[in-house]
Design a binder for this molecule. Structure first.
Ligand code: ATP
Length: 221
């Protein structure tokens, strides 16, 4: 068995501290790692700072007047301080936020096209969509449907697919199982497991510890 702890991690979070509005301390002393090609699960009760951790990694804190007030986020060995969300996406860090934020009035396929905006040209976008349809045939069947009318589980599949359209190397995913029926949770986790087997690295925040730990190589509480 290979000792992956010896390899330098793809993502390394050290002593992370986050403030909102300059005064609200939301997170203190957070440490975690994600190894290349592996899945790390972050578990914990409401308000523990899990979503905040993902936002600090993807650079989305700024949108909510949050800031990293201490500690470091290193990705591929590089300190991410001062690197904005778009640059992080270009480097391969893609965040599926909590709350199923599909583009409700657009079709499934239009959502995927939007997800592909970082691709160099339309041919690459088309290739990406074909790959998604091969991996998730259900989305091909639903491609002309309005995203806002999909079931919760279908919306979650679409969000993962839309994230895949920007060719991530590290996928951050927040509470993918929230409010879903057991069979749908199984389908979502089977998809995440398939994507990991293709080389994707994952950091997953979950309240459903059983589902998350079934997939994860490492877990933090
Ligand atoms: P949940 O599962 O409920 O989302 P969580 O572990 O993801 O919980 P966070 O959402 O990261 O926790 O919240 C951590 C702390 O930061 C909480 O006390 C929360 O009230 C606070 N917080 C989160 N977002 C903001 C914000 N935009 N402004 C001020 N405080 C915030």
């Amino acid at each position: 068995m290979t000792d992956t702890r010896a390899a330098s991690p793809l993502l390394s979070v050290e002593n992370l501290e986050v403030l909102y509005s300059g005064v609200i301390l939301a997170l203190k002393g957070m440490n975690l790692q994600v190894q290349e090609g592996q899945c790390t699960a972050l578990l914990g009760p409401n308000g523990a700072g899990k979503s905040t951790t993902l936002k600090a990694i993807s650079g989305m804190l700024k949108v909510e007047d949050g800031e990293v007030s201490a500690g470091t986020v290193r990705y591929g060995g590089q300190d991410q301080a001062g690197i904005d969300v778009q640059q992080r996406v270009a480097q391969g860090i893609v965040h599926v936020v909590e709350g199923r934020k599909v583009l409700r009035h657009m079709t499934v396929e239009q959502n995927l096209v939007v997800g592909g905006h970082v691709q160099p040209n339309l041919a690459a976008v088309r290739r990406g969509i074909e790959q998604i349809y091969e991996t998730i045939p259900r989305l091909k069947d639903l491609r002309t449907r309005t995203a806002g009318y999909l079931s919760g589980g279908e919306q979650q599949l679409l969000l993962i697919a839309r994230a895949m359209m920007s060719s991530p190397r590290l996928l951050l995913i927040d509470e993918p199982s929230l409010g879903l029926a057991p069979m749908m949770i199984e389908e979502i986790f089977a998809l995440l497991s398939h994507l990991r087997s293709q080389g994707l690295s994952l950091l997953i925040v979950e309240q459903n510890a059983q589902a998350a730990l079934g997939l994860a190589d490492q877990g933090y509480v």
